[in-house]
Design a protein around this ligand. Sequence first.
Ligand code: SPV
Ligand code: MG
Length: 422
Amino acid sequence: MKIYLTMATEMINHVHIEVIRKGADLGDLTIGVYSDSILERLGRVPYMTESERMSVFRAISGVKDVVLEDDFHFTKNLQTIKPDIVIRGSKHTATDKKIQETISAWGGKILEIPFTKGVVVDEFFRKISKQGYLPEVRRRKLNYYFKNKPLIRIIEAHNGITGLIAEKTAITTNGRTKTFHGMWVSSLCDSTAKGKPDIELVDHSSRLATIQEILDVTTKPIILDGDSGGLTEHFVHNIKSIERAGVSAIIIEDKIGLKKNSLFGDVGQNQDDIKSFCEKITAGKKARSSQDFSIIARIESLILNKGQEDAIERAKAYIQAGADGIMIHSAKTSPNEIFEFCDEYVKFGNVPLVAVPSTYNTVTEDELEKRGVKVVIYANHLIRSAFPAMLKTARLILENGRSAEADELCMPIKEILTLIPE
Ligand code: SPV
Ligand code: MG
């Protein structure tokens, strides 16, 4: 008799062993170890690699064979193995029904053992997700994404509530759940939320307070907009505090002097020379204590009309200096100059490429991914969408001498009271 059992777990406990023993007692047991992509779709970041997980199951006595399971419905593996029995935690879900359909072709049956309800399993995952907010776990997540995701989707957060939106917003289409992978703490949005201009006026302690607010209520990685990084002598100290706080990566831009927001375009700002910006990157890399903390270099050549050649020369130099990623920015409404850069970058760029499609926002994630972009940042959209609604509400109250006319723009009081659970 051939038996098939799939395993998602990374921590084997007595409940799993009991089920494996039951399977092995029935016949030749093959274990299908869930692939990374299936685990991610279940909302988990794997700790071990696929082959490590497979080798653990291979070592358990009674297990005849171990295969990788990369399909929610197991169709390919089932058709190859043709098991008489598939062990499942239930036989009533849509997935179970699809499995039963496949194995009926040779008279196979589902054996229901409700092992996934094991207290220990639930407790383990509760503990793991509780640890999600710890700096190292958060950093590891971003690095895992760098290595394993075709595209990383980041949205800005500038306080606790926007952090929660970035953390929890999800849509499901055709069984696939789509979420944001992390948060961008933008200098523009952090400054705007404080009513200040985006000119490196909001100081490090204040930026750190914003970061802490977001870290308090989220588990996803934070990429910090580090502006120019300031003086190298200051940068090496600031790196330590943001790293300790739990930031996963910082992006610093190669501007000097009074920094203005890049979306103004070329408004007479100065670009650092390659050598001194490289020294800043290298000093930052030396100052960090975690290998998982990334320092990403942002190139402003296209913003400042210095041309593609300058941008490419800088990308090469910054990577040489130790940059863990490159961000290329543009204030054009068409993505063409970004595409041109990408086409050259993919020939040598061996670190993730970051794009911020704020002005060239008709471009899709798929198009950017095809050109070699790894990280897409939606850099200012939560504050930009909140502001018009707030302004309109304030005006409606003034115009009407009451608030009823603003109801449509406002979340019902009942909902706001329960929005954040106690
Ligand atoms: C920010 O969000 O603060 C940025 C990106 O630096 S941009 O505004 O496009 O310059
Ligand atoms: Mg900025």
